[in-house]
Design a protein around this ligand. Sequence first.
Ligand SMILES: *Cc1c(COP(=O)(O)O)cnc(C)c1O
Length: 381
Amino acid sequence: MDKKKIFLSLSDQSGFEQKYVQNAIDLNQITSGGSNVDSFEKKLENYLENTVNVAALNSGTSAIHLALVLLGIKAGDEVICQSFTFSASANPILYQGAIPVFVDSELETWNICPRNLEIAIVDRISKGKKPKAIIAVHLYGTPYKIDEIHSIADRYEIPIIEDSAEALGSKYKGKKCGTFGTYGIFSFNGNKMITTSSGGALITNSKHSKEKIIFYATQSKDKAVHYQHSEIGYNYRMSNICAGIGLGQMKILDKNVALRRENHLFYRDIFQNIDSISLFEILSNDFFPNYWLSTVLIEANVENNISKENLRNAFESENIECRPLWKPLHLQPVFEKYPFYGAKVAEELFEKGLCLPSGSNLTIDDKYRIEKVIKTFFNKK
Ligand SMILES: *Cc1c(COP(=O)(O)O)cnc(C)c1O
């Protein structure tokens, strides 16, 4: 039996991507930066209600790195980071030679826990190491508790880097994610809300810091005819070809958000009557997730052979990709020696949780196959 693979998360195409790429080729702008990059930034600024400045870069990871550079994070400085996230949230802390301090999640949004965040800040200050920045993540597209987290950060005067890699199109109290922090970041990797094949953006309130970001992203060239450098530079600017793909993708961003939110409702219908499984649900209507990924928690039942791993295997045997939730960073071999504040919330989410196929390209036939696997798995029990 040759079944088409259903991927965890793929984006659609609008059909206009090629036109913009062709335009760059026709103009011989096969470069980093260029007119597609400028237009893509404008489109994103528009999308974010023209309240912020957008610098397009070659990945979400480089956006986080440059945010740390702009905040002046140096070797030995401490930076707080949500533990329950993808490694790319924390890796740039290490690129700067700084020290990550991990904080547990709360159960309502699965993101950084306000109580443990404050405990961590107070304890680090008592050790003479006031954290220089906080990296908070809107995991799976669900906003973290923005009011609580930002009021703590403000009280201790610590800037927030808002990792919105998964949250393009998500909102909190009607305002788009990515626009709340001192810096916000997006990812346009192939599995995110929209793709530029690889790409990212760094969001800032000030025009001046956008110029600074582009300066660092293009090798920190001083104003001189010859190549003159008084600061360390990076090659992080978005390619004009990639930006062409991004311009095509912007046409379907709203549709992608709607489709991923529909996927969530599709799963909610299926899981309504299954006791051992709970679909992630929002805390209140202040939260508007894009549902980048639909996620569930599964209570293991040894007698019935019910577990997240068994369900994942049932999907896999039908050529359907599912993944466990992110493994908390404080439990990862590369990060386990760094401080962690919290208990076992993130760890238990990892033990019970599964990400289900959530792409904006899922067809009716794909959904039929997915539903069949779930119904068969739970009916047999
Ligand atoms: C994807 C992702 C990143 C990194 O983005 P890239 O564009 O892949 O470098 C960072 N943080 C989170 C939470 C992500 O999911």
